[in-house]
Design a binder for this molecule. Sequence first.
Ligand code: P53
Length: 478
Amino acid sequence: RTNQTRFPENFLWGGAIAANQAEGAYLEGGKGLTTVDLLPIGKDRFSLMLGNVDSLELKDGVYYPSHEAIDFYHRFKEDIALFAEMGFKCLRLSIAWARIFPNGDDSAPNEEGLQFYDQVFDELLKYNIEPVVTTCHFDVPINLVEKYGSWKNRKMIEFYENYTKTIFERYKEKVKYWMTFNEINMLLHAPFIGAGIVIKDDEEKKQVLYQAAHHQLVASALAVKACHEIIPNGQIGCMLAAGATYPYTCHPNDIWEAIDKDRESYFFIDVQSRGEYPGYAKRYFKENNLQIRMEKDDEEILKNHTVDYIGFSYYASRCASTDPEVLSQLAEGNIFASIKNPYLNESEWGWQIDPQGLRVTCNQLHDRYQKPLFIVENGLGANDVLSDEGSINDDYRIEYLKSHFIEMAEAIEDGVDILGYTSWGPIDLVSAGTGEMKKRYGYIYVDKDNEGNGTLKRIKKKSFYWYQDIIQSNGENL
Ligand code: P53
């Protein structure tokens, strides 16, 4: 190795949380109900996330983990102080749309909601922690689902534009880094959690989803436009649930299948970053008889307002196969149906662990888009257990992160421009996929269990001190 440092001097080390998984206070401060507030823990959650929703009302006697979450709403000062102690350069968080516009279509914003984020950003800036803000991380105001069918409806573009302009204006002095939709490609796999979409029996699923995708893509481009106009020194990115797809074998059919699978996701980013629908998407629409209704200016809007950087989450790589025998072993119960890669280990939740896949993914995104990347989610969900002395020795998490950081350094050496790295859930929070508390990602333990019992006390894990050292040495001690 040369003397050159591995990570750029201003590399943004930090962590990432989302309003719906951390804040709680689900009806406080004038906040309206959102899609995620309707998701229980347990086996019903999965089917609801996919869009099999028959009621938009809360049910009695059901435990909804987002309602209190980890109470970040009341404890953000304590939590941010802990992030500062680790030396965070940035914190990725999301604004809850329904705190700002409780119904989504209100004529004026909710001042109390705006003030809450003012306080959060001020607290971060006090420690020189750069806020990195996702405008929408899964939680669509429920009124927009009820009245308009969420992103199925073109009117959503207007509501989102109004919302994003409001927050850009309000926070233009405080927030430089923005992102539009969290894991925009989730819309295809889990439409209700991804985009508030409920599929009715008489609806053609693909038609509905790709039309909704078009609305989000136009809305995203308009947010880019507004951000550039309102915050001249701002940067705004897209956000992809990434993870390279490997061909299961070298059979040409498998090679093509892997390309095809990746394109399901790249589709979104090709539009957001290159500004137009790719040829393979047009072919797909034609062959599946999908009519995407566009208005006259849409193509121009998409072309003129592309993102500044590519934000993405990376948890695992995937495998693609055309062999019926291999496909019959598909792991169930995951949003991304996955074929087991025999060369990889998996987490307690069956997510395959592939540090090298991070290097692959970085290189592929770099080759494709030639824009800075921002790794805005990565980490290991594990069931940490307190020792008798009350400590958490999460060596497995340190091992996971270390191996991924080494590959991230390799990608940088490959010439990939990476703005920063925010690990998912630096403080334990509610799992999006399962609603559990015990699927923990944090450097900070939160005393709360799956049933909602616990003191909510924060406890530093062993990885807290490890990450602190990584940040302090800018990755030189890996
Ligand atoms: P949890 C599935 C596949 C990839 C990313 O996930 C996903 C999901 C949803 O489960 O979501 C992202 O909490 C998402 C976060 C989420 C995180 O990954 O299921 O942006 O909100 O918490 C981890 O372990």
